[in-house]
Design a protein around this ligand. Structure first.
Ligand SMILES: NC(=O)c1ccc[n+]([C@@H]2O[C@H](COP(=O)([O-])OP(=O)(O)OC[C@H]3O[C@@H](n4cnc5c(N)ncnc54)[C@H](O)[C@@H]3O)[C@@H](O)[C@H]2O)c1
Length: 257
C-alpha cells in the first residue's frame, strides 16, 4: 500500500482482465478509488465484488467502449460516486494476428473500432469531464503498443489501430496542456495476459510462437501486467507533473533495437 494516488479517482477501461485488472489493483493499492469498466459483465461483477471485499473503493460498470452512451454513463457513475475524475486509463483493446490478405473488412472495423474509436470515445469523455470539474485538470493515459511504433509482421489492422492511439496522444497533449490535462501513452511489449494466451492457443505451435515473441525482447522474457501498471501509475501520479505527450515503451528493449 502506498499513497502515490491517494485521494484520486480513476476510470479504467478493459479493467476486468490482464493489464487493465493489474492496473486497477495497483491504483487501489496506491490509494485511488477506481471505476472498473469492461464489456465482460460477469467479470466486472466478480472482480468488483472481490476488490470491494478486500476493502477497496471500487465501482464496476458494464460498458462497451465503442458505445459513447455507455462510456458517458460510466463517467456519470464515477462522478456521482466519487465527485470527480482525476485519472483515465483507456486500456480496452482487442488483439489480432494476420496479414493484410487475411484481414476482412469486418476484422478491420472490429479492431479499429475497439482499439482506435473506443480510445477516442473514452478520451473525449475524459477531456470533457476534466475541463468541466473544479478545479479542472487530470491525467489521461492511452494504451498503445510496440505495434504502434514499429512494423511487426502479422499485425495488419492492429498496428494501424495502435498508431492512431500514439498520434491521438500527441494531439491531445498539445491541445490541453495549458488546461491542466496531461496525456501520455504506454506502449507495452508482449505481456502475459489472457489476450496473449488466446493468441498462443490459436497458433499451430504455441511454444514456438512464445519463443519467437521472447526472442524479440532484449531483456529475454515477456512482461507482466504489473510491470505495465507500474508505468501507468507513474504517469497517472503527480510525480509525472511535467510529463505530457510522452510515448513510453514498456517493452524490455523491443523498440530499442
Ligand atoms: N498483452 C499484450 O501482449 C499487449 C501488448 C501491447 C498492448 N496490449 C494492449 O493492452 C490492452 C489490454 O490488453 P490485455 O493483454 O490486458 O488483454 P485482455 O484481453 O486480457 O484484456 C482486455 C480487456 O478489454 C476488454 N474489452 C475488449 N473489448 C472491449 C470493449 N469493446 N469494451 C469494453 N471492454 C472491452 C476485455 O473484455 C478484457 O477484459 C489492449 O489495448 C491491448 O491491445 C497488450
Amino acid at each position: 500500500m502506498t499513497t502515490l494516488l491517494a485521494g484520486k479517482t480513476a476510470i479504467i477501461t478493459g479493467a476486468a482482465s490482464g493489464i487493465g485488472l493489474a492496473t486497477t489493483e495497483r491504483f487501489l493499492r496506491d490509494g485511488a478509488a477506481v471505476v472498473l469498466v469492461d464489456n465482460q459483465f460477469d467479470a466486472v461483477d466478480r472482480e468488483t465484488k472481490r476488490l470491494k471485499d478486500e476493502g477497496f473503493r471500487v465501482v464496476g460498470v458494464g460498458a462497451d467502449v465503442v458505445d459513447s452512451s455507455d462510456i458517458r454513463h460510466a463517467f456519470e457513475k464515477g462522478v456521482a460516486r466519487f465527485g470527480r475524475v482525476d485519472i483515465v486509463y483507456a486500456n480496452a483493446g482487442v488483439g489480432y494476428t494476420g496479414t493484410i490478405v487475411d484481414t476482412s473488412d469486418d476484422d478491420w472495423d472490429l479492431v479499429m473500432g475497439v482499439n482506435a474509436k473506443g480510445v477516442f470515445i473514452t478520451a473525449r469523455e475524459a477531456v470533457k469531464q476534466m475541463l468541466a470539474q473544479k478545479p479542472p485538470g487530470g491525467s489521461i493515459i492511452l494504451n498503445a503498443s510496440i505495434s504502434g511504433l514499429v512494423g511487426i509482421p502479422g499485425q495488419a489492422p492492429y498496428a494501424p489501430s495502435k498508431g492512431a492511439v500514439v498520434q491521438l496522444t500527441r494531439q491531445l497533449a498539445v491541445e490541453y496542456a495549458a488546461k491542466g490535462i496531461r496525456v501520455n501513452a504506454v506502449c507495452p511489449g508482449t505481456v502475459d495476459t489472457p489476450l496473449l494466451r488466446r493468441a498462443m492457443a490459436m497458433s499451430p505451435d504455441p511454444d514456438a510462437f512464445l519463443a519467437m515473441l521472447v526472442a524479440g525482447h532484449p531483456i529475454g522474457r515477456i512482461g507482466l501486467g504489473e510491470e505495465i501498471a507500474a508505468a501507468v501509475a507513474f504517469l497517472a501520479s503527480d510525480q509525472a507533473s511535467f510529463v505530457t505527450g510522452a510515448i513510453l515503451p514498456v517493452d524490455g528493449g523491443y523498440t530499442a533495437r
